[in-house]
Design a protein around this ligand. Structure first.
Ligand code: DX5
Ligand code: ZN
Length: 220
């Protein structure tokens, strides 16, 4: 029924001492994207990884890298991730001075461009970008940490974004990120999401491959 649903395991919950191994594990389990959470300690109160990790991950997998930049001044750093080989780069609307220019920079490098919004940001903030992006990333937790609880208002927000897109006659992919498990995946897909990011639900599971499959199957 929802056969084009994609699953993007977030390596934020992987074993950073064995990142290559964990990425290969979810690639073998059928991941559609590897979701790479970049945090700068300013835009969010946490610090993770940088372009060197993206470059290194490109060497261990053919699964496209979905780089989620939770950083200030993305206009400065986006080129670093493009040069490192990111297949998709998502920036936050709250951090962009000129979102259209950043999206253009991403497209000029033949990568896919995404725009994200925090839970407290109104959907109208995306209006200027709707027709420019390949993907809209809806945060279903406050960005910064894995393992948080899903914000219940998210499906309604996804529905509002889908309605805005319909009105504008565009159809970017809708990705949802934070607190996704088989149960919340179902709610989000029902509301119109088609890319599911999951970190702790996959990497903290006893059987990560089964957990990934469980999230994908929940959407059917
Ligand atoms: C949170 C990150 C997410 C995070 C999701 O700021 O953007 O990608 O890894 O983790 P879970 O799935 O554990 O909520
Ligand atoms: Zn993320």
């Amino acid at each position: 029924m929802f056969s084009d649903i994609q699953v993007a395991p977030s390596i934020l919950s992987a074993d950073f001492a064995n990142l290559g191994r964990d990425v290969q594990m979810v690639a073998d389990a059928g991941a559609d994207w590897i979701h790479v959470d970049v945090m700068d300690g300013h835009f969010v109160p946490n610090l993770t990884i940088g372009p060197n990790h993206v470059k290194a991950l490109k060497r261990v997998t053919d699964v496209p890298l979905d780089v989620h930049l939770m950083i200030d001044n993305p206009e400065v750093q986006v080129p670093w991730y493009l040069e490192a080989g990111a297949d998709s780069v998502t920036v936050h609307i709250e951090a962009c001075k000129d979102a259209a220019a950043i999206i253009q920079t991403i497209h000029d490098a033949d990568a896919e461009a995404g725009i994200s919004l925090n839970p407290e940001t109104e959907v109208e903030a995306l209006e200027e970008c709707l027709a420019l992006v390949d993907m809209i990333l809806v945060m279903s937790v406050h960005p910064g940490f894995g393992g948080q609880s899903f914000i219940e208002e998210t499906p309604a927000k996804i529905e509002a974004i889908v309605a805005m897109c319909k009105k504008a006659n565009v159809s970017p992919r809708i990705e949802v990120d934070g607190g996704i498990n088989a149960q919340t995946a179902r709610l989000c897909v029902g509301a119109g999401a088609d890319v599911l990011v999951a970190g702790s639900a996959i990497f903290n599971a006893d059987d990560p491959a089964a957990a990934l499959k469980g999230i994908r199957d929940a959407a059917d």
